[in-house]
Design a binder for this molecule. Structure first.
Ligand code: SF4
Length: 384
């Protein structure tokens, strides 16, 4: 299949691996930012094929995983209101809040619906003028443009019974926070190609320069990952730290101007809490003043929320690359995709789900590697 088979070619993969092996002279730690990249790496065993000196650290780029517990709990409270039709992509329904998830709200009588586009939710609002329709707008720079477009259309069409519960996050401030953490081991980044297809690459040179880390914009197929690793290792071995685009079939330096204009019109930058990590300055978007009437948090004030994370869940450390999923005590025992304790086990982009699906390490506890000492979350650091 075009654009699939040619990026999974075993012969080319072997050549890239040979090239990486030939260039490595010392240990390097690279972080793949996106959960989609993590799944490709674990599914195809790329981390096991790489020379031992090259370690891949899994980053926080799973939108479902980093949506803060407080926002999940607000979603649960809003979805339980009798006048509300609560619409979401399917992967959010099983994410545990404090005590329950959206599936439970639905089983208790809440009108919770899975949609495939925010525009589906807008259509439901148009067809049900006596109901309040809320769309759960989460994610990175990739989902921000369609969510912005939906709010823009709601305003243009005069559909007032629609609102967005927003929890958008931005990648560059997260990279900044990771680099400033005292426990950071990352020496180079494989940046998320789809994010850069929207945003372009202009946000990265300053980051790469200031922290002296190579940033390679990388795609999602096995050969994309290997090419990203090859370029990052080559830079590190040469003592370079520039931004390279290894995903030119999707990413232009200027990004997608139409999508950027829509984001600029509808959203404004704000501080945002990341689940398991803490608040990162300027790391999110919220609806701008002009569109504030479409903000579900303003339309349905929810107070008295007391969040409580499961004590056994170490997803904050997983999301910061401080812990591999199978090093969590609950992995594969108390926590499985059927009985998830944390969002990283629920999401199709979550690192814990990837390890469970493709490695099944939880069924062989004796094979686990020793656990490192718990690390402080980033929020404990003065820099975030
Ligand atoms: S395995 Fe489960 S409990 Fe452990 S960090 Fe992952 S989601 Fe949390």
């Amino acid at each position: 299949m075009k654009y699939i088979d040619e990026f999974q070619d075993p012969g080319l993969a072997r050549r890239l691996l040979d090239d990486i092996r030939a260039s490595v002279t010392r240990p390097w730690a690279l972080m793949e930012v996106c959960g989609g990249q993590t799944h490709t790496i674990i599914r195809h065993g790329i981390d096991q094929l790489l020379p031992e000196a090259v370690e891949l650290i899994h980053g926080p780029g799973c939108p479902v995983c980093v949506t803060p517990l407080e926002v999940i709990d607000k979603a649960l409270a809003i979805a339980a209101r009798p006048e509300v039709v609560f619409c979401s992509f399917g992967d959010m329904l099983r994410v545990p809040g404090t005590g329950k998830d959206l599936f439970r709200v639905r089983s208790e009588g809440g009108d919770v619906r899975v949609v495939y586009s925010p525009l589906d939710a807008l259509r439901i609002a148009r067809d049900n003028p006596d109901r309040q329709v809320v769309f759960f707008g989460i994610g990175f720079e990739t989902t921000a443009p369609p969510n912005a477009m939906t709010v823009y259309q709601a305003r243009r069409l005069g559909i007032r019974n629609f609102s967005l519960l927003v929890s958008h996050v931005r990648v560059p401030p997260a990279i900044e926070a990771i680099m400033q953490s005292p426990s950071c081991r990352v020496q180079g980044f494989l940046a998320a190609g789809h994010v850069c297809s929207v945003m372009g690459t202009a946000e990265y040179p300053e980051l790469a320069d200031r922290h002296r880390v190579p940033v390679v914009v990388t795609g999602f197929e096995p050969l994309d990952i290997l090419e990203g690793v090859r370029r990052a290792v080559r830079q590190l071995e040469r003592g370079e730290h520039t931004v390279e685009n290894a995903y030119p079939r999707a990413v232009r330096p200027e990004g997608n101007p139409a999508a950027l204009a829509m984001i600029e019109d509808v959203f404004e930058v704000t501080d945002r809490a990341w689940r398991g990590i803490g608040t990162i300055p300027d790391s999110g978007w919220r609806l701008s003043e002009r569109y504030r009437e479409y903000d579900a948090e303003h339309r349905f004030p929810v107070s008295g929320i007391t969040t409580r994370e499961p004590a056994a869940c170490r997803s904050g450390e997983v999301l910061q690359g401080l812990l591999k999923p199978h090093q969590c005590e609950a992995f594969g025992t108390a926590c499985t995709p059927r009985t998830p304790l944390g969002a990283t086990m629920v999401s199709s982009e979550g690192a814990c789900a990837a390890y469970y699906l493709y490695r099944r390490l939880g069924t062989a506890p004796a094979a686990r590697t020793p656990q490192p000492a718990p690390q402080p979350p980033l929020e404990a650091s003065p820099v975030v």
